[in-house]
Design a protein around this ligand. Structure first.
Ligand code: S3P
Length: 174
């Protein structure tokens, strides 16, 4: 089966949804950030701080390329994966791309206590979230085959919606 690729902003639930979805569909769960960390032998925050974002994006591009060569996976992508069109091309070759859309207020709430998100490691988190979302919104939408607004949904509800929409997409010959 072709890959199910989850994209969306930090805190949109890609990893939580991805894990449950993979279990349900008997597919392998892959988290691009976890692959990058395992390959680099350090955390995403360390990569950002000891190198820089540009270096992280290169590791991300390499990881996405390798992961995209396999199938039967649910892939939870880092929130910035859509910044590079090469990533979207690679992911699409062998997968259906699902955008987990989430309102900024919900993202603010969900990412409140996280220390592991270097891009939000700043004083005015809320403003940064709004700024980044505005900049990325169209890219998420352009990359997606299916969009689901997850703001008012539980993880299980999102999983059910993904399954329903994928089946609908397949029946339409998509
Ligand atoms: C990023 C999102 C993070 C991680 C890195 C950069 C982004 O992943 O890849 O901190 O640019 O949005 P999550 O979306 O899983 O938090």
């Amino acid at each position: 089966m072709r890959n199910i690729v989850l994209i969306g902003f930090m805190g949109s639930g890609k990893s939580s949804v991805g894990r449950v979805l993979a279990e349900l569909l008997n597919m392998t769960f892959v988290d691009t950030d976890a692959v990058i960390e395992a390959n680099a032998g350090c955390s995403i925050s360390e990569i950002f701080h000891e190198q820089n974002e540009r270096f992280f994006r290169k590791l991300e591009r390499d990881a996405v390329k390798r992961i995209s060569n396999n199938s039967d996976q649910v892939i939870a992508c880092g929130g910035g994966v859509i910044l590079d069109p090469e990533n979207t091309r690679n992911l699409r070759r062998n997968g259906i791309i699902i955008y987990l859309e989430t309102d900024p207020e919900v993202i603010v709430e969900r990412t409140k206590d996280t220390a592991e998100r270097p891009l939000l490691d700043i004083a005015d988190k809320e403003l940064e979230i709004q700024k980044l979302m505005r900049k990325r919104q169209a890219k998420y939408q352009d990359a997606a085959d299916i969009s689901i607004n997850t703001s008012d949904l539980s993880v299980n509800e999102v999983v059910n919606e993904v399954v329903k929409r994928i089946e609908g997409d397949a029946n339409e010959g998509g």
